[in-house]
Design a protein around this ligand. Structure first.
Ligand code: ZN
Length: 137
């Protein structure tokens, strides 16, 4: 393997070891939209199941901004698995997905409303605003 190839792999596995990547551009777009809507929130609630990206405790809602690849967005082009090391990726990403479901149901048990915003849904500001205002209504 070339050095460059190796570095890429090392970087990838470092990324893979993190369950949730924080402060992604998709997350920034959601935060901006919430600010525009005049909604208060806190970030990265480590004490809540799955460390939701955006939280409002008094109103009991939590938002996850999911990368389409890392959380295997179904039916989404960006959610497609690489052909190389396919089985390893599948195993890893399915574990992510299972963790997502667990966090979601634990949050619901705590009385939270939970919204999952997919990365691809943040690209259209009009669509994003509709998703967020519908959820917060
Ligand atoms: Zn997607």
């Amino acid at each position: 393997m070339s050095r460059a190839g190796f570095r890429t792999t090392a970087k990838r596995s470092k990324l893979m070891s993190k369950v949730r990547r924080q402060n992604t551009s998709a997350e920034m777009r959601v935060r901006q939209e919430l600010r525009d809507l005049g909604v208060g929130y806190r970030l990265h609630a480590k004490d809540l199941p799955g460390t939701p990206d955006i939280v409002n405790r008094s109103r009991r809602w939590a938002i996850f901004v999911n990368g389409c690849f890392w959380h295997m967005h179904e039916g989404c082009k960006r959610g497609a698995l690489p052909k190389r090391n396919h089985r390893q990726w599948l195993k890893k990403l399915e574990a992510n997905k299972e963790r997502d479901w667990r966090s979601l149901s634990e949050l619901l048990d705590l009385g939270y409303s939970v919204l999952v915003v997919w990365e691809c849904e943040t690209r259209d500001p009009v669509q994003l605003r509709t998703i967020l205002s519908t959820f917060l209504r």
